[in-house]
Write a protein that binds this ligand. Structure first.
Ligand code: DAK
Length: 256
């Protein structure tokens, strides 16, 4: 078991704990992570998911290089697809998945972080797509998701340079949403999770869906999706509660 799961106040903190390899991901850990996230998605008692790494050094130092050393092309395809399945599970989650990046987020670790909906980083976090230094290219979505988050120019620089950037550079290019001292990272991520929990869960899920969909659609198609999602919420308990609470000058109660 390399994945720890802790649920408090509707927030599930998933910790990847393989500290002797800086939380590098092998196929077993990928499967475990996928199952854990799917379990959180179907668990009604959970509203927000946080992914972090154990220890103070690494979020995830990448795919396990020692595993990849023994892969042939067929094995690499399976390993690549497994990592892509996990990142799709994260990105498609109707419940927000927040990355608390507490150290190295390299290669597959950076790719898992960019599949998350929001990234908060500690001051000592380091990000990179160093695959080209290993004779590889990113295989878990880096060439596709990174340009969508930081723009084509910044993504290209990171992917063909393979160099690390620190948390403040990550913040500057929009890879990290916020940066905190290491000892405040988890508390600040939980604080944001609590902020989300005060909002309508269906509205949050629909917002995530529309934002995710925006990448594959023209502006007009995306606007059509948005207006459909917007209108379908009308008449639901959640939307009634949100609108009524404002008019009645009270705080909405979306979750009971
Ligand atoms: N895999 C396996 N072990 C790792 C690892 C990794 N990614 N990163 C670190 N470790 C292990 C080290 O081997 C060492 O183990 P022992 O030697 O003690 O047994 C232990 O963690 C501590 O690491 P260091 O001794 O190296 O610690 P340092 O503080 O000196 O250096 C470091 C920290 C993060 C700078 C260094 O460990 C490092 O450079 N690690 C490699 C980082 C990296 O290159 N990550 C990207 C991996 S490539 C694809 C599928 C997937 C991918 C691509 C394609 N397809 C199938 C298409 C994804 C690729 C990647 O993620």
């Amino acid at each position: 078991m390399f994945i720890k799961k802790e649920i408090n106040d509707q927030i599930c903190i998933i910790t990847i704990d393989r500290q002797d390899a800086l939380n590098a991901m092998n196929p077993d850990i990928l499967r475990e992570l996928d199952q854990t996230i799917k379990g959180c998605i179907s668990d009604q008692s959970i509203g927000v998911i946080i992914i972090t790494g154990a220890g103070e050094k690494a979020f995830i130092a990448g795919a396990d290089i020692k595993v990849m050393q023994n892969l042939d092309s067929k094995g690499a395809l399976e390993f690549g697809k497994l990592g892509q399945e996990v990142t799709m599970t994260i990105e498609d989650s109707p419940k927000p998945v927040l990355a608390a990046v507490n150290g190295f987020a390299l290669g597959g670790g950076c790719e898992i972080s960019i599949a998350c909906h929001v990234r908060f980083a500690s001051e000592n976090a380091m990000f990179a797509q160093p695959e080209v230094k290993l004779g590889l290219i990113p295989g878990w979505g880096g060439t596709q998701r990174l340009p969508r988050i930081v723009g084509k120019g910044n993504a290209t620089e990171l992917i063909i340079g393979g160099h690390m950037i620190d948390a403040h550079e990550a913040l500057r290019i929009g890879l990290a949403n916020k940066v905190f001292p290491q000892d405040q990272l988890l508390d600040e991520t939980i604080k944001f999770a609590k902020l989300i929990l005060g909002n309508g869960p269906d509205c949050v899920a629909e917002s995530l869906r529309c934002i995710n969909d925006s990448a594959g659609h023209s502006l007009i198609e995306g606007l059509n999706l948005e207006v459909e999602a917007f209108s379908e919420l009308f008449g639901t308990d959640e939307t009634n509660e949100g609108l009524n609470a404002f008019v009645e000058k009270r705080k909405p109660d979306f979750r009971n």
